[in-house]
Design a protein around this ligand. Structure first.
Ligand SMILES: Cc1ncc(C[n+]2csc(CCOP(=O)(O)OP(=O)(O)O)c2C)c(N)n1
Ligand SMILES: C=C(O[C@H]1C=C[C@H](C(=O)CCC(=O)O)[C@@H](C(=O)O)[C@@H]1O)C(=O)O
Ligand SMILES: [Mg+2]
Length: 524
């Protein structure tokens, strides 16, 4: 039987050997053996150790690190601490991000006895997150395509008698095998390529080879080159959208109902190239699945793509003119400025709700091969943990030329605890742009934003909070700038001061529904 210290050292060795190079620790007593072991491994140069007070923040930090670097681990104590890891693990499961949750537990004999801080942690994250309940060191870690839970039974004594010099080689995380392009898709039907979140370059390659319009979300990883149709969301509701006969879908599309409607149409054939994440079934009927595809030898008739391009030019120009004519700065212009400011090799983490949809309509054209990385937690589209995810993603990709996060005010406030980090903690250079419209504007554009519900809207959905973001940032010594015009914003984006800073952009919420209505009405 191992002591707690031996077991914890064994677990940390297994993590290191399994390719985990980043560990985020939240303090506790039961997890002290793991904390000491992780600290010794960090001193030995085998991993980088981060500490955070709040387990939810810690887990999202690990998620962000895992999204841009290798799989990271989050380590916490027993009891409610464990439950705070759940949101990040669910996101990781649905987005197919590999990370490890290491939770300290009391020995199994104390379960079900009312022992302090002891609950049933085995399987606590549900069927999507596999738990290994450990009272002995695991021989090795087996990885699927998502998160893994190591529940470690630790008995007293919980502190080591010596320092540990780990005798373990740093392993490589297991390679993720993305299939090679190998299937041939016959030409014929009028086809578009839909690239949802995390679709990756194969969607772009197929669109280019076949000469098909590419309807790519900003976090698809394929919105580069010559084939993306910027205003696809608006065009799908018009004549061109109605004439689509076939869709090849990559990744996880989540942003718009026009795309969901297209994929659900009886008269449209859907070919599915798959997506990462726990569930491979799609919420729409799929005629055929393949791992990846290429068109039949010849590119398709160019007339179809040309029609989309022409319509896109027209609608995009109208959209730009409409926004420029607005007397106040709009959230779309904020998203546009951030996307233009993102240089090659840059990183942009986008929050859920309106910002990612605004970005979708205005994102700048990017060249293939410039290695910009635009990511979001679209596995479950939560507004939680976004600041932490961004900090983690920035720390996990140190070669980034510039790191931005773009999010709404409610999303920012939801994870304001991410700014609580000790002076000794590593801070990336990260500019967090908060689009502050004092509440959740997305709902004003949905059904509940209609006139009949106006009297209850703010209480139930808008939730204006009036929080002074400058004061909030000051409390954590986070530099904060408030801007109200496009030139001011562009200036703030062009002159980072290093470290984590917040640029707050004030925009209106009261006219959001009407602005959205006018944008949706644009036609070529
Ligand atoms: C964890 C979580 N809670 C609640 C929601 C529901 N929700 C979706 S958008 C939103 C409001 C977001 O407001 P904000 O970040 O200010 O963005 P805005 O829409 O105003 O641009 C909420 C509460 C969610 N997606 N995730
Ligand atoms: C925070 C998110 O969740 C909700 C926001 C909008 C979704 C929606 O209906 C958008 C429709 C459209 O723009 O065409 C809503 C939903 O899918 O039901 C989400 O719950 C998010 O970022 O997705
Ligand atoms: Mg808002």
């Amino acid at each position: 039987m191992s002591t707690a210290t031996e077991l914890a050292r064994g677990v940390v060795s297994a993590l290191v050997a399994g390719g985990v190079a980043e560990v985020v620790l939240a303090p506790g007593s039961r997890n002290a053996p793991l904390a000491f072991a992780a600290h010794d491994a960090a001193e030995a140069g085998l991993l980088r150790l981060h500490t955070r007070i709040d387990e939810r923040t810690a887990a999202f930090l690990a998620l962000g690190l895992s999204r841009t670097g290798g799989p990271a681990a989050v380590v916490c104590t027993s009891g409610t601490a464990v439950a705070n890891l759940h949101p990040a693990l669910l996101e990781a499961a649905h987005a197919g991000v590999r990370m490890v949750a290491v939770t300290a537990d009391r020995p199994a004999r104390l379960r079900g006895t009312g022992a302090n801080q002891t609950t049933d942690q085995v399987g606590i994250f549900g069927p999507l997150v596999h738990t290994l309940d450990l009272d002995e060191t695991p021989a090795w870690l087996t990885w699927g395509g998502g998160p893994l839970h190591l529940n470690v039974q630790l008995d007293e004594p919980l502190v080591p008698e010596d320092r540990w010099t780990p005798d373990v080689e740093r392993g490589e995380p297991p390679q993720e095998i993305r299939p090679a392009i190998h299937e041939t898709i016959a030409l014929g039907p009028r086809t578009v390529v839909v690239a949802g979140d995390d679709a990756g370059p194969p969607a772009r390659v197929l669109a280019e080879q076949a000469g098909w319009p590419l309807l790519a979300e900003p976090t698809s990883g394929s919105r580069t080159g010559t084939h993306p149709i910027r205003s696809y969301r608006l065009l799908l509701d018009g004549d061109l959208g109605r004439r689509v006969e076939r869709v090849v879908v990559f990744g996880h599309p989540t942003l718009s109902r026009p795309v969901s409607r297209l994929l659900g149409r009886d008269d449209v054939t859907v070919l599915d190239a798959g997506a990462r994440g726990a569930w491979s079934d799609r919420p729409f009927a799929v005629a055929d699945r393949f791992l990846s595809g290429r068109p039949a030898a010849e590119p398709d008739d160019p007339a179809w793509l040309e029609e989309w391009r022409e319509a896109d030019r027209s609608v995009s120009q109208q959209l730009d003119r409409l926004l420029a004519a607005e007397p106040d700065l709009t959230p779309y212009e904020v998203a546009g400025a951030v996307s233009r400011a993102l240089p090659p090799e840059g990183l942009l983490v986008v929050g859920a709700s309106s910002p990612v949809r605004d970005l979708d309509l205005v994102v700048a054209p990017y060249a293939v091969g410039d290695r910009r990385k635009v990511i979001a937690n679209r596995g479950l589209s939560g507004i939680d943990g976004t600041v932490s995810t961004a900090i983690g993603a920035a720390l996990g990709r140190p070669r980034s030329s510039r790191c931005f996060a773009l999010m709404g005010d409610v999303t920012f406030l939801h994870d304001a605890g991410a700014l609580v980090l000790a002076p000794r903690e590593q801070r990336p250079d990260l500019t967090v742009v908060v689009v502050n419209d004092d509440g959740g504007s997305i709902f004003s554009m949905l059904e509940q934003g209609a006139e009949p519900y106006a009297d209850r809207f703010d209480t139930l959905f808008g939730t204006p909070h009036g929080v002074d973001l400058a004061a909030l940032c000051a409390a954590t010594r986070t530099p904060h700038w408030r801007v109200g015009s496009l030139p001011e914003l562009e200036q703030a984006l062009a002159s980072p001061n290093g470290g984590i800073e917040v640029v707050e952009v004030r925009v209106r919420r009261d006219n959001r529904r009407e602005l959205d209505r006018r944008i949706r009405a644009l036609r070529p």
